[in-house]
Write a protein that binds this ligand. Structure first.
Ligand code: FES
Length: 302
């Protein structure tokens, strides 16, 4: 098997930036334009996701392309690409299945889930079952905390959440994926391919209506807010002198409200409903309005 750790620094294949076409180059320039002039190197992380969205991994070609566009050395780009686990060093499957085996998920069954999926797929860490990129192909990885401990044990598929998993449910999920089906995540946007989610992470909005409508939060996430409300606890408002910050936040929210379009790339990045964004905020009863009314009062510094 090829040593993927060496693939990015293969001096016999230094990488060819020309494999990326004019559309990718235009997308790269769009990314660079998001950053202040003269600081294009700040665009490296989304650029790496962009090349990954084209090839399913960060190849030597992708390294060379990023270096060329951002005026960096290939060594500088490779140093970053090999630091973060979200950048894959060999072509990933249509689905990246990440099993959290960090402390909480591990204690609640994450290790058993990983073991079961590894045996089911016949692959280990960062290996792919099936032909990479082909329908139903799956790359498996152990993951550190996926920031959803309140739903442990967690499995994500292309970074969409499948909460409160068990060995049986995770095996069922992966079996569905291999059969060409796309189960609905517990929260957030519907599944897409690994290449598609990589493009979203590069900062290009997921335009699917179901993604725009999706809710990324759940009852456990809001439990603290609801408890604070029941105990009549309120967060402090902006301290005197910080009104400028408060009004700039309000202005951003108003702009987002008025545009009719999301300014985030997937529902997981969407802000939670607030007294500004939740149309039910004025209602005295039920659901979101309970927590949003609390937020309203807290924001007024009562
Ligand atoms: S420990 Fe698994 S999501 Fe945090």
């Amino acid at each position: 098997m090829a040593n993927t750790r060496l693939s990015l620094i293969d001096i016999g294949r230094p990488g060819d930036p020309a494999v990326f076409d004019a559309d990718v180059r235009a997308a790269a320039l769009e990314i660079v334009a998001r950053y202040p002039q003269g600081q294009s190197r700040s665009a490296l992380l989304p650029m790496l996701h962009l090349v990954q969205s084209e090839q399913g991994y960060v190849s030597a070609d992708g390294i060379a392309f990023c270096a060329q566009v951002l005026d960096l050395t290939k060594a500088q780009v490779a140093a970053v690409a090999t630091f973060y686990t979200m950048y894959k060093r060999s072509p990933a499957g249509e689905y990246l299945v990440s099993v959290c085996t960090n402390t909480l998920c591990g204690m609640l069954g994450g290790d058993d889930i990983y073991q079961a999926l590894s045996e089911l797929l016949g692959v280990g860490m960062n290996e792919t079952a099936g032909a990479a990129g082909e329908p139903g192909s799956i790359t498996l990885e152990r993951a550190e905390c996926l920031a959803a401990c309140d739903y442990a044990p967690i499995v994500t598929v292309n970074y969409e959440f499948f909460d409160n998993q068990s060995v049986d449910s995770a095996v069922g999920l992966v079996t569905e994926l291999r059969a060409g089906n796309r189960p609905q995540p517990t929260r957030g946007a519907p599944l897409c391919s690994f290449k598609e989610i990589s493009r979203q992470i590069a900062g290009f909005v997921d335009q699917r209506p179901a993604s725009i409508r999706a809710q990324a939060t759940g009852p456990q996430t809001e439990a603290g807010v609801r408890l604070a409300q029941r105990l009549n606890q309120q967060a402090p408002g902006y301290p005197p002198g910080d009104e400028a910050e408060a009004s700039s936040v309000d202005a951003e929210q108003t702009a987002a409200d008025n545009s009719g379009k999301p300014d985030y790339t997937s529902s997981n990045d969407a802000p939670l409903n607030t007294f500004k964004s939740d149309p039910a905020a004025d209602s005295p009863t039920g659901g979101q309005s309970e927590r949003t009314n609390t937020a309203d009062e807290a924001d007024k510094g009562k």
